[in-house]
Design a protein around this ligand. Structure first.
Ligand code: XMP
Length: 179
């Protein structure tokens, strides 16, 4: 285990087992011969996206959108879209994929923009993690791999100031390693 990690919350094996189940469900739900457009919210969803997609044997397209709302440990509360345009998904079924649903501000802002501008025929969301918070999140996800306690986690795509994304597991970051 990395020295900066207090505890491993989800091991690599546990993540992969759960992705097998989640991918089976998504495959069954979309299995009607029509293509699916998966839109990944970068950068946090990269490992999740790569592992999930390879388990879904459907015709699908992959798009991405770079958004951020978190700096270090504290949510900034505003969502920044790094590119002006959304991916081209007019008339297509869209599955948004993100790493974590925390306050829900990010997913809500993205859902609102897609609804207003993208013209998708269907819009659903899939997250790797959902934090169990006292205050309900501002958005819901249709597919959730894991619910986790309200702790700051890193690894498997999740970062603290850009670091730790390459850990193969999800762990709680030691307090003293926070920026
Ligand atoms: P919101 O609050 O908008 O947050 O649902 C979503 C984005 O915030 C980041 N985030 C975290 N990143 N560990 C992280 O490394 C965490 O515990 C955490 N909580 C939120 C993440 O980028 C996500 O897309």
């Amino acid at each position: 285990m990395h020295d900066d990690i207090e505890a491993v919350l989800l091991s690599e094996a546990a993540i992969h087992r759960r992705l097998d189940e989640l991918a089976r469900r998504i495959t069954a739900d979309y299995d009607d011969g029509q293509p699916l457009s998966v839109v990944a919210l970068l950068n946090g969803s990269i490992p999740f996206l790569a592992d999930l997609l390879r388990r879904i044997p459907l015709p699908l397209r992959v798009e991405s959108l770079r958004v951020s709302s978190y700096q270090g440990r504290a949510s900034r509360g505003t969502v920044r879209f790094h590119e002006p345009a959304l991916p081209e998904v007019c008339g297509r079924r869209v599955l948004l994929v993100d790493d974590i649903l925390d306050t829900g501000e990010t997913l809500r802002a993205v859902q609102e923009r897609f609804t207003a501008e993208a013209g998708a025929s269907d819009l659903r969301t899939c997250v790797l993690l959902r934090k169990e918070r006292q205050i309900p999140p501002r958005a819901q996800a249709d597919y959730v791999a894991f619910s986790i306690p309200d702790r700051f986690v890193v690894g498997y795509g999740l970062d603290c100031d850009g670091l730790y994304r390459n850990l193969p597991y999800i762990g709680v970051l030691r307090e003293e390693r926070a920026p």
